[in-house]
Design a binder for this molecule. Structure first.
Ligand SMILES: NC(=O)c1ccc[n+]([C@@H]2O[C@H](COP(=O)([O-])OP(=O)(O)OC[C@H]3O[C@@H](n4cnc5c(N)ncnc54)[C@H](OP(=O)(O)O)[C@@H]3O)[C@@H](O)[C@H]2O)c1
Length: 248
């Protein structure tokens, strides 16, 4: 049986991706911090798709936890065929007002954790000359984000990192891809003490598009025509619009 490991697989885009992989017959490994939510997700997937679901509860916004997650999967002797670095959080507000500890947690979860997991699982994938990694970035990766500065910068970092590693991984027959969703209707905005903007896509639609594009080994994928068109706008205009929309 093939296995997919999805960080942040207990809700939103990660959970919808887990359902698609389960429908395709993959064994599912879900990592997130809240054990109760993980258990709920495990039960619903196992009931609907009759595939094994293993859960890993780690606070991936803390340094060192990503390595522990890797070691836990190795201890369980499970070979990860697909790694999806999906767990992520946002902070919204004036840069000097956002508590430093929140931004630090964001930077660990959105940048350090995917780097650690990519590096560790990549080695195993190179040895097998097989494997796929999907890093969940954002359309925010394509521009600076006033009043959400750390979040947009973290996604720019992850997109750049993904594209660089992708180039290296080609010769080892491992695909490394980026998913760059626009606003999606999940718990993401509530977690950042904000509201989901109107016109957000469903997580189900985002996941379906992401799965198709990952299987086609596309470098980067932006679900939704509207968001693909928005990417083409000049950076100066996009930055001004974000400043107007996000200004507290
Ligand atoms: N929603 C959007 O508009 C949007 C747009 C572009 C990109 N994205 C990206 O999409 C990804 C998924 O977000 P989502 O929209 O699906 O949000 P979500 O519904 O809030 O899901 C976030 C997932 O990450 C996990 N997570 C959060 N903090 C964690 C921590 N400290 N340690 C381990 N797991 C943690 C959550 O589980 P626990 O609560 O159990 O920790 C949950 O499973 C993120 O990387 C986000 O940046 C979202």
């Amino acid at each position: 049986m093939k296995y997919v490991l999805i960080t942040g697989g207990s809700s939103g885009i990660g959970l919808e991706l887990a359902k698609i992989f389960a429908a395709e017959g993959f064994g599912i490994l879900l990592a997130a911090s809240d054990e109760k939510k993980l258990l709920t997700a495990k039960c619903s997937i196992e009931k609907a798709y009759q595939v094994p679901v293993t859960t890993y509860s780690f606070d991936l916004a803390k340094q060192g936890e990503a390595k522990k997650l890797y070691e836990a999967v190795k201890t369980d002797k499970i070979v990860v065929d697909v790694l999806i670095n999906n767990a992520g959080i946002g902070t919204i507000g004036a840069t000097e007002q956002i508590p430093l500890d929140k931004d630090e947690a964001l930077m660990v979860l959105n940048m350090i954790t995917p780097v650690v997991l990519t590096k560790l699982f990549l080695k195993d994938m190179y040895e097998r000359k097989d494997g796929k990694i999907l890093n969940v970035c954002s359309t925010g990766a394509y521009q600076p984000g006033p009043y959400t500065s750390t979040y947009y910068a973290s996604k720019s970092f992850l997109l750049s990192y993904t594209k660089a590693v992708r180039q290296e991984a080609k010769q080892h027959h491992v695909s490394v891809c980026a998913l760059c969703p626009g606003t999606t209707d999940t718990g993401f905005f509530e977690r950042a003490d904000s509201k989901t903007p109107k016109g957000a896509m469903s997580a189900k639609r985002v996941a379906a598009y992401a799965y198709r594009r990952l299987m086609q080994n596309k470098t980067e994928s932006i679900p939704g025509l509207k968001f693909r068109i928005m990417k083409l706008c000049p950076e100066k205009i996009k930055t001004m619009v974000i400043a107007m929309v996000k200004k507290p």
